[in-house]
Design a protein around this ligand. Structure first.
Ligand code: SF4
Length: 363
């Protein structure tokens, strides 16, 4: 994979029909922020996530009422569902019975060994993997005392404890995450654990912040680890709607040459030569192309001086002029378009190239 370090060798597990680890592609996932009890709202959000390319989704399961909605949610969506459980082992057992494809829980936090055993026996029987998710905020008190803070070493020791619970019960369908809101701590924790266990890693930086901050922190944390060959599935975390996370996740994978999906938009920063409302045009095109699956490079440049030349790698593009623009394909000029028709023309051409249907006003 070019200058990337070789991928860490991990065991392959399956969340529903999605492979994670081993030689499987890096999987993109997210988590709903709806009340899982509101199955309709949850399904609608999962469908929006699916449209953008989310491949696994996690839902918070806080009580039995939420568990009861799982079969309905599962039968209404295509991607595998992971139940996020804290403290109550009965929710884990009932979620497995309700058909979830994976669990996220920390075995040390659901009450004694006998309770963990009940969950693990059923998970083993139904081949439901468990993600151990250690966050810097949830590291055990004794480890904070030992290390002085929820440091990467403390997080790793915490993860090893939870892993041991499962290994002692001869359970190997394990995935691990070690998230801190500090990018460098996150990177160090994953790197330390990578030397100790063969399980696939779910990468993420927790509580990463607003969409801009979250994109920066996630891109750095996840990106650096993937560059190091570490990571099997990723979740970008932002304070916003989960569907906004997916294009960022694919952007990270695309930038590293790991996966291709949808449109890569190449646009100029604008300058005194720009004579069209380039910023609005780029925003509108980006939004309309967010559901595109076929990889395509789309350039939207402010002027013809540098536009087509700088964007000659693009499959299709527009270079602005005075209230009009030039449509070009692979660096070759095709035709002139009025400013108000640019978005429509571009989308029409992209539909022809990709064979996918896009939707826009006035169509
Ligand atoms: Fe300026 Fe043209 Fe470059 Fe855009 S492409 S930044 S308008 S020179």
């Amino acid at each position: 994979m070019g200058i990337l370090k070789p991928r860490r060798k991990t065991i392959k597990i399956h969340i529903g029909d999605v492979a994670v680890g081993g030689d499987a592609p890096i999987v993109v996932q997210s988590m709903t922020n709806t009340d899982t009890k509101d199955w309709k709202a949850t399904v609608e959000q999962i469908k929006r996530l699916e449209d953008r390319g989310c491949e696994i989704v996690r839902v918070a399961v806080l009580d039995m009422e939420a568990v009861q909605q799982i079969p309905r949610i599962k039968s209404s969506v295509k991607i595998p569902i992971v139940a996020d459980i804290h403290f109550d082992y009965r929710l884990a057992i009932e979620s497995i019975k309700a058909g979830v494809d994976g669990l996220r829980l920390n075995p040390g936090n659901i009450g004694g060994l006998d309770k963990v055993k009940k969950v693990v026996e059923l998970a083993k029987e139904r081949e439901v993997p468990i993600r151990i998710g250690v966050n810097s905020g949830s590291v055990e008190k004794d480890l904070i005392e030992k290390y002085g803070s929820p440091s990467p070493h403390a997080m790793v020791e915490s993860a090893l404890r939870h892993i041991k619970f499962l290994e002692d019960l001869d359970f190997g369908l394990i995935k691990v995450s070690l998230k801190s809101s500090n990018v460098l701590d996150t990177i160090m924790a994953y790197k330390l654990l990578a030397e100790k266990v063969p399980y696939p890693f779910h990468l993420g930086v927790t509580e990463a912040g607003t969409p801009v901050q979250g994109a920066i922190k996630s891109s750095l944390g996840i990106g650096i680890l993937l560059y190091e060959g570490i990571g099997d599935t990723i979740r970008v975390s932002i304070t916003g709607q989960p569907e906004e996370e997916i294009p960022i996740a694919y952007g990270i994978l695309r930038a590293l040459g790991l996966r291709e999906r949808g449109a890569e938009i190449i646009s100029c920063p604008t300058c005194g030569r720009t004579e069209i409302d380039l910023i609005s045009i780029v925003k509108e095109v980006e939004e309309k192309l967010s559901v595109l699956k076929t990889p395509i490079k789309v350039a939207i440049m402010g002027c013809v001086v540098n536009g087509p030349g700088e964007a000659k790698e693009a499959d299709i593009g527009i270079a602005g002029g005075r209230k009009k623009g030039t449509l070009f394909k692979k660096g070759r000029v095709v035709k002139s378009v009025k400013e108000e028709e640019m978005v429509r023309e571009l989308l029409k051409e992209i539909e022809i190239i990709t064979g996918e249907r896009l939707f826009w006003a006035g169509k």
